[in-house]
Design a protein around this ligand. Structure first.
Ligand SMILES: [Zn+2]
Length: 309
């Protein structure tokens, strides 16, 4: 069966402004890296529904976000949400395609129409909290996806694995009292957003694997092999969701974890094996960070090649 690649050109409408690392070319680079790989099929992402969003985010937060978005006659203007998070005309459409891609991918996988999926969307999601946008993120797409899977009875136990160089604070907070969701994250520490210590364990469902700046593929693999992947196997998920950030790459300007393309291929193959062992292969991956355009193309290609294997 195929690996779906989900994307929509509305994701290009979000414009945080000049000199912002989270920019349009990120997704065009990823698409250039993955869209022609054998075993994939590119499909357009629909918009998420209000019901899907409000399984995670507060209605007041969403209403305010929609209200704050600059309208068509204010192109070029931006609403400031925090020091690095902005809304332009088109940002709402962009983030709706991200959460919509995730839910649609799960519908397709559950219907047996695809084996797994990779959503090439922006802005990313894992820093977004229930009632706050932050760290480039507006809606938390992996959280919306996990709640969609649980609500639709696609899954009873969802493991979210996050290998972005930054800690997925939003995802952790959203699920820290939800034993039906396991969250495992490797990330550089110290680094934005400052959360992700090993003693943040939720209700026993959070596993944080902080890595020191300058550590590389060997330390990354040791952290996942030693603690992260065994925790996922012990949890016995029936669905795996990945927060796939490529900013731990050695070329990335925002992180110092020195990973290479083959490390992304390795972790994806390990996660794929868990999905095969426990989830009949069902696996959803969402693009999170990654700010070097060449590294985005090559590391995401290594990721998708492992998904199609
Ligand atoms: Zn990141």
């Amino acid at each position: 069966m195929k690996t779906l690649i989900l994307h929509h050109d509305d994701c290009l409408k979000h414009d945080p402004g000049p000199r912002q690392p989270e920019r349009v070319e990120r997704v065009t680079s990823v698409l250039a890296g993955v869209r022609h790989l054998p075993g994939t099929e590119l499909l357009p992402a629909p918009q998420a529904t209000l019901e899907q969003i409000e399984r995670v985010h507060s209605p007041k937060f969403w209403e305010e976000l929609v209200e704050l978005e600059p309208k068509a006659d204010a192109r070029g203007q931006r609403a400031v949400l925090d020091w690095d998070t902005f809304l332009s005309y088109g940002s709402i459409d962009a983030t709706l395609r991200g959460s919509g891609a995730a839910c649609f991918a799960l519908d397709q996988i559950d219907a047996g129409k695809a084996k797994n999926a990779f959503c090439v969307v922006r802005p990313p999601g894992h820093h977004a909290e229930v009632s706050a946008a932050m760290g480039f993120c507006l809606l938390n797409h992996v959280a919306v996806a996990a709640r969609h899977a649980l609500a639709m009875n696609y899954a009873e136990r969802v493991a979210i694995l996050d290998f972005d160089v930054h800690h997925g604070n939003g995802t952790q907070h959203i699920f820290e009292s939800s034993p039906e969701v396991l969250f495992v994250s490797s990330h550089q520490m110290p680094l934005y957003p400052g959360t992700g210590y090993p003693d943040e364990t939720g209700c026993g469902n959070i596993v944080n694997l902080p890595l020191s700046p300058g550590s590389g593929g060997a330390e990354f693999r040791e952290a996942w092999s030693g603690r992260g992947l065994p925790a996922v196997r012990d949890f016995q998920p029936d669905l795996v969701i990945v927060s796939a950030g490529f900013d731990a790459h050695e070329k990335d300007p925002l992180g110092q974890l020195e990973l290479r393309d083959e490390d992304y291929g390795w972790i994806t193959a390990e996660i794929h094996a868990i999905a095969n062992d426990f989830c009949t292969g069902r696996l959803l991956s969402m693009l999170e960070g990654g700010y070097d355009l060449d590294a985005l193309a090559s590391a995401s290609a290594a990721h998708v090649e492992a998904l199609t294997a």
